[in-house]
Design a protein around this ligand. Structure first.
Ligand code: PLP
Length: 499
């Protein structure tokens, strides 16, 4: 299996190289040259298997330059009971006969990014080894809160890799800060940068772009890399849980083999839903993929009109991980839908870069309609949905998941489609505790309370245990306390590496 660029501007590479490079150097994203197929017999053969077995099957079809033992080793290190607090990794929870919640938040940091970030560092470590790189890899991450912790947990103690996370000093919540600064592992560093998230991100980008500094690091035996969400190594592990969920539905006798189901995906960067699309293309029986956005509804507008336009106000919502105006992985989807038309993709993405907008032809837009439906939910609706789901089912969803639920209800009303549907739960309700408690009990319940009080109250109301990644944070030892100026981060990196 080789990987090609979405913009036809690079040679074909093996998966190890695609994962090591992250993105295509002259611009563009790596995608598999052809999509492997899982036929009905093969799918039926996976029935009753555990998460790791399903992962072995699916990952092996894409990572053909990795030995089966290597893939297995990555799986064992990622999907185990130290990292995930449920034996199914991503359990399905039944709401009613036609709707099921796929809980993707049982990993160490309480959000779905763990599903990929627990295994991707091992793919990368192996890739570096296989390609015979003689330098140690240093991962730099700028974070506005959540990705930083998920990356720290994924990369900690991975051989041959060091990770340094930069976050805006005073710009993340107390819980987010403590999640990062209490991280253990002897290859992790966390730096608070004076300034806002943009300052932080620009400072890190500047380090990546500084040739002289990168040469200096190379001489000392280090190479910088990123754990960006456009890396194929982060997308691939997400395909697994769509197969897993389907097989689990069959096991629960909610569907028969071959019945088509819907998946509802709370969407930001379009990575998670793209994984569902690849699963569909591989042969998973999917009826519709439902793409749910919050008030930053650039994708809903795009699928309705064919016009992608990021020139609009950026709205801060209660589902912040979906506050995105550039959905990077859409590029891969368009490449697939146009039958690998790299010229078109290059043109559109070029326009997005220069003008902030592009328009696809009607034929392309129509192609997307066969499989994909898009909708969005407003702020008040999101909170109302949390309350409604709790009242109806005694089940608590977080704000991102609630956006999906609301968009799904609209979809059912509009289409009358009562196919069995899997709704992705992308975060634990404890992760976005303030908004969730407000939704359930009103503004008065949160005013004047700190996050730790809110977590305890939510535990009481929901009857769920506080997610272990958020528990007792206020009593864990702080192991990282470096504070720096944005102009000083090169010096910090050198100091951390002992140069
Ligand atoms: C990242 C994230 C999303 C968006 O996922 P994409 O793959 O970027 O579309 C949704 N919900 C939560 C909680 C997230 O962390």
């Amino acid at each position: 299996m080789k990987y090609v660029s979405t913009r036809n501007n690079f040679n074909r590479v093996d998966s190890a190289e695609a994962i090591k490079l992250g993105m295509v150097p002259p611009g563009g994203l790596f995608v598999p040259e052809e999509i492997p197929l899982v036929n009905v017999a093969k799918l039926a053969g996976l029935a009753g298997k555990g998460y790791r077995d399903v992962a072995r099957e699916i990952l092996g079809m894409f990572l053909t330059d990795y030995l089966p033992e290597e893939i297995d080793d990555c799986i064992q290190r990622a999907y185990n009971d130290r990292n995930f607090d449920h034996p199914d990794m991503a359990p399905l929870s039944k709401l009613d006969d036609t709707s099921y919640i796929l809980e993707l938040w049982h990993g160490p940091t309480a959000a779905f990014k763990d599903m990929a970030l627990q295994i991707m560092p091992h793919f990368l470590s192996r890739a570096v080894e296989k390609l015979g790189a003689d330098r140690e890899t240093v991962i730099l991450v700028a974070t506005s809160g959540d990705t930083g912790k998920a990356a720290l947990e994924g990369f900690k103690n991975v051989p041959g890799i060091k990770i340094i996370v930069f976050y805006p000093h005073g710009g993340v919540s107390k819980v987010q800060e403590l999640q990062m600064t209490t991280t253990d592992g002897d290859n992790t560093w966390v730096v608070a940068v004076r300034g806002n998230f943009d300052d932080c991100q620009n400072a890190v980008k500047q380090v990546f772009g500084d040739d002289a500094y990168n040469r200096f690091l190379a001489e000392k035996g280090y190479e910088l890399s990123s754990a960006n969400s456009i890396n194929w190594g982060r997308l691939l592990p997400q395909i697994v849980y769509y197969f897993w969920a389907y097989l689990d539905l069959v096991g629960k006798k909610a569907v028969s083999h071959g019945d088509r189901v819907n998946f509802v995906v709370p969407t930001g960067n379009f990575g998670n839903i793209l994984a569902a699309y690849y699963a569909y293309r591989m042969g998973l029986p999917v009826n519709k993929l439902i793409c749910a956005s919050n008030e930053n509804r650039v994708l809903t507008d795009f699928f309705a009109t064919g016009k992608y336009d990021r020139n609009r106000e950026f709205i801060k919502t209660v589902s912040p991980s979906m506050d995105i105006l550039i959905s990077s992985n859409l590029e891969r989807f368009l490449f697939e839908v146009t039958g690998h038309d790299g010229e078109k993709i290059g043109q559109w993405l070029g326009q997005l870069n220069t003008e902030g907008r592009f328009q696809v032809d009607e034929e392309t837009r129509k192609q997307t309609e066969h499989i994909l439906c898009a909708g969005w939910a407003g702020e008040a609706e999101t909170l109302e949905t949390i309350k409604a789901v709790h009242e109806k089912y005694g089940y608590t969803v977080d704000t991102h998941t609630a956006v999906g639920v609301k968009v799904y209800y609209d979809y059912v009303r509009r289409t009358g489609d009562h196919s069995v549907t899997v709704l992705d739960a992308t975060a634990s309700p404890f992760k976005f505790n303030r908004a969730v408690l407000k939704a359930l009990r009103g503004e008065a319940a949160i005013s004047g309370k700190d996050e730790f009080e809110i977590l305890r109250e939510l535990e009481h109301i929901t009857g769920m245990e506080i997610h272990r990644g958020l528990k007792n944070l206020d009593s864990r030892p702080v192991t990282h306390d470096r504070v720096s100026d944005k102009g000083e981060i090169k010096r910090d990196i050198a100091e951390i590496l002992g140069l």
